[in-house]
Design a protein around this ligand. Structure first.
Ligand code: SAH
Length: 457
């Protein structure tokens, strides 16, 4: 019998990448094999993002392109997953895209797995499954963990893997749709995460990145003990694991305990992603971020004292409703003064159901948003080039993850991308390199020698 195949299309955040891997692991277990083209797949999964309208447009375009395919080959199973679906049953979506067979909330492979494991894939069974799915969705809010355990990976084992530790988000930043689509904050039990990381390491994974919309709120849903610091310490003990990262942090929850854990634990990389979003107190208040610009400066100062070599990454939204030129210049000043290692820049996009979309006028013209975006991009690019150029001639440690365009590619502890030309296979090796070239977004290094990972004999 012909082997059944699947194709997964993923856009959006790292959590979606992790969710897609989780689905892939389940499909592998059911005997399906991955293929590159949707045309060749029996099961097509679209894992979606709606954080900005541009992402949502991509999803709608992709769904449209699958309609004729489904018409030609009705046996194909089309699964729609992620934030375009959300955690609540959405009959309007089913009506609008009748060629979709199964709808899956973010991080939840069960509806698809259930569908595929039914003996008959007739219409009645599918309808029944949809009903069961809806019942599950109603339950979802009360679940603390996902219903299906994360499975071991199959196929080529990545050197670095994502591990979700907090699902959902209970925060209410006024611009953000994620809490509506991913449900309330649910931390995964510590033992479950440790077991999963051990499993990954046993298969050859050397680096894990712990994921949460607000990862430093890990454990807050059960009162804060254990918290992220405890989790980092527990994972740090796993033999054979070399590196640990976590993202994304919210400034208000990046506790001294977490900073101490980063400083104390050699496997926890000096790399902190902590968005400021805007450099103006009034804008921050309307975003309901819960801190001021001065608070953020203090935090950066504290991080730099406690973890002097830490790379700090931030996220910024330009053109939030009502953002004046002066307020924008506040954001510009923040980037100029703090000289952070990376800034993910976005133009404000009103999202249905959010407070800002309902109550604040999207009054910064698109062209002006683009101008502000471009100014920050140019500034940050200059800063990154300058900071990276200071590394030329220095030696850094790189965990090599694979090859791209004939060069080995890996990352430094600070998460900077390094390319290395070398005749030997460097994959999965921790190597010392001398930086010979630096641009704003990547470095090039010359192999010096292999090095021992932290805490290995
Ligand atoms: N939970 C994380 C990030 C979630 S989304 C956090 O607390 O920061 C990733 C980034 O997308 C956000 O940091 C924000 O900069 C951006 N973003 C979220 N909603 C947006 C919107 N409506 N318009 C533009 N950018 C947005």
């Amino acid at each position: 019998m012909r082997t059944k195949t699947y194709h997964i299309w993923t856009i959006g955040c790292q959590m979606n990448v992790a969710d897609s891997n989780h689905v892939a692991a389940h499909l592998d277990r059911l005997g399906y094999e991955p293929v590159d083209r949707p045309e060749d797949a029996d099961v097509i999964v679209l894992n979606t993002c709606v954080v900005r309208q541009s992402a949502e447009n991509k999803v709608i375009g992709k769904l449209g392109s699958l309609k004729p395919l489904k018409k030609k080959q009705p046996d194909k199973v089309i699964a729609l997953m992620g934030c375009f679906v959300g955690i609540k049953p959405n009959p309007a979506l089913q009506e609008r895209f009748p060629w979709v067979d199964v709808f899956m909330p973010p991080s939840e492979p069960a509806p698809l797995v259930n569908l595929l494991t039914q003996d008959t894939l007739n219409a009645d069974a599918r309808a029944a499954d949809q009903q069961a799915t809806q019942a599950r969705w109603d339950l979802q809010d009360t679940l603390t963990t996902q219903s299906l355990r994360h499975l071991s990976l199959r196929g080529e084992i990545p050197v670095a893997a994502y591990v979700p530790v907090v699902y959902g988000c209970s925060f209410a930043c006024t611009y953000c749709i994620i809490p509506y689509r991913r449900g309330k904050e649910r931390s995964r039990p510590l033992e479950e995460i440790v077991a999963e990381v051990k499993d990954l390491v046993a298969q050859g994974v050397r680096e894990v990145t712990l994921l949460g919309q607000i990862v430093d709120r890990y454990g807050y849903d059960w009162g804060g003990q254990p918290d992220l610091a405890d989790l980092l310490r527990a994972i740090h003990d796993i033999d054979g694991l070399w590196r640990i990262r976590f993202l994304t942090s919210h400034p208000n929850f990046l506790s001294d305990r977490v900073l101490d854990a980063i400083a104390d634990l050699p496997k926890v990389m000096p790399h902190i992603e902590v968005p400021i979003q805007a450099g103006d107190d009034e804008v921050l208040a309307r975003m309901r971020r819960g801190y001021t610009v001065a608070d953020y400066y203090q935090l950066v100062e504290k991080i730099r004292q406690r973890v002097p070599d830490a790379a700090i990454h931030t996220d910024i939204i330009v053109g939030f409703p009502g953002e004046t030129e002066e307020q924008f210049l506040g954001t510009y000043r923040v980037l100029e003064e703090l000289r952070l290692d990376k800034a993910h820049l976005a133009r404000y996009s009103p999202r249905p159901g959010t407070v800002s979309a309902r109550f604040m006028e999207d009054d910064v013209p698109e062209e002006e948003k683009r101008r502000r975006h471009r100014l920050l991009e140019e500034l940050q690019e200059r800063i990154q080039r300058e900071k990276n150029q200071a590394l030329v001639g220095e030696r850094v440690t790189v965990l090599v993850e694979g090859q791209r365009k004939g060069k080995w590619e890996g990352r430094t502890p600070q998460n900077k991308i390094v390319f290395i030309e070398h005749p030997e296979n460097l994959r999965s090796r921790l190597v010392e390199v001398e930086i010979v070239w630096a641009g704003p977004y990547s470095l090039q290094g010359r192999y010096v020698r292999d090095v021992r990972p932290a805490h290995e004999g």
